[in-house]
Write a protein that binds this ligand. Structure first.
Ligand SMILES: [Zn+2]
Length: 374
């Protein structure tokens, strides 16, 4: 099925990747992230894209989309990528670019600068034969910190797309794509009690710590790990001195859910919590951040197309529901979404972060096929 022209140029891909990895781009430094985006925008312009800089730092690159070529109301394929990494400036000194056999190590390689590079090599392989409706690439600056500035842009683009392909990496050390992801939430519970001298007038005090301690057990009892709902009170802070009945206590809670129904059940139960002592006031902040990316017909249908394409390219693909979130969580409720179409490897957010050079070209060919066939 494949001709030599289909073969991605691994040497050129590595050179492009080196360019991006050499520009360290932690989520906290928008100027550095913009330098990565400028390089990518240059690649996009070379391919004839129409480009947009959106408020907050997100960039959009349109290839053959309807309003460019007046192709009627066909909806484009949306491809999501992010230019930030979890790695602070200076990481390259302790975790340098390093090739070791089939593995290429470096900060942000697997998550997900190789995904960006692979995407542009897949786009180039289309040779300006854009699919109906075209391709819209959205490059965000803040995926690793929850996508506060890009979420609205991502949702707007997803509503207008007929399918969403996410070039986050495949499941670690495998060819497996991601057809679902847990949703993530964060609650902050602020207990306000009444301070008092612990020795002279303890009865005049209302302990925020006692109320919070009871809440820790109540909240964690809401977990249902057998269906994917996990809850962890990760931070607790309160009190002012050992001899003062504590007036304040704060709990920070991490929530993971596999379904929206579970998110709603837990949120309702948390919102309904009331301290036993009426003198303790409870304020609840936060909630669900990324909704669950539920494994639905849309993503499974896209996966079947990918599986067929991979077979014809000579390799076998699997798919998984994974615990971590991505921007695919925002798009899955709005448009069929397939995630994990970046570069295979391992070690996201870890010092052994790397991609697999022997497997990478196959995944670029797969992405080219999907852009043609979805
Ligand atoms: Zn990522």
């Amino acid at each position: 099925m494949s001709s030599p022209a289909d073969q991605p140029d691994l040497k050129a891909m590595l050179s492009d990747l080196r360019t991006l990895v050499d520009i360290e781009s932690p989520s906290t430094d928008l100027a550095a992230i913009c330098r990565v985006m400028d390089v990518v925008e240059h690649w996009a312009l070379d391919l004839g894209a129409e480009t947009h800089a959106l408020p907050g730092g997100t960039r959009l690159f349109n290839f053959g989309t309807a309003h460019q070529v007046n192709a009627g109301d066909e909806q484009p394929i949306l491809v999501l990528a992010h230019a930030d990494t979890v790695w602070p400036h200076g990481t390259l000194q302790t975790m340098p670019w390093r090739e070791d056999g089939d593995r290429l190590y470096g900060p942000g390689t697997y998550d997900m600068k190789a995904g960006i590079v692979g995407l542009f090599h897949a786009l180039r392989a289309l040779n300006h034969q854009w699919p109906r409706g075209g391709v819209q690439v959205l490059l965000s600056p803040d995926e690793e910190t929850g996508s506060a500035s890009s979420r609205a842009h991502i949702e707007t683009a997803a509503r207008n797309a007929r399918a969403v392909l996410v070039v986050e990496p495949p499941v670690a050390d495998s060819h497996n794509l991601k057809t679902g992801r847990k949703g993530t939430g964060h609650f902050s519970l602020h207990f306000q009690g009444v301070a008092s001298h612990a020795g002279n007038k303890p009865e005049e005090g209302a302990s925020a710590i006692t109320a919070a301690a009871k809440a820790v057990l109540e909240v964690q009892a809401l977990a249902r790990p057998e269906i994917g709902t996990t809850i962890s009170v990760g931070l607790i802070r309160g009190g002012s001195a050992v001899n003062v009945v504590p007036a304040e206590c704060v709990l920070d809670i991490d929530l993971r859910v596999s379904t929206l129904a579970e998110a709603e059940r837990v949120t309702a139960a948390v919102q309904a919590m009331t301290p036993d002592d009426p003198r303790v006031k409870l304020t609840i902040l936060g909630g669900l951040n990324r909704p669950p990316f539920e494994q639905g017909d849309g993503s499974l249908g896209l996966f079947e197309q990918a599986q067929t394409a991979a077979q014809s390219l000579g390799f076998t693909l699997g798919h998984e529901f994974v615990g971590g979130g991505s921007d695919g969580n925002f798009t899955a409720p709005l448009s069929p979404t397939l995630d994990g179409l970046g570069a295979p490897g391992d070690g996201a957010h870890a010092s052994h972060e790397h991609i697999r050079l022997d497997r990478w070209p196959d995944h670029v060919r797969l992405l080219t096929r999907l852009l043609q066939e979805v």
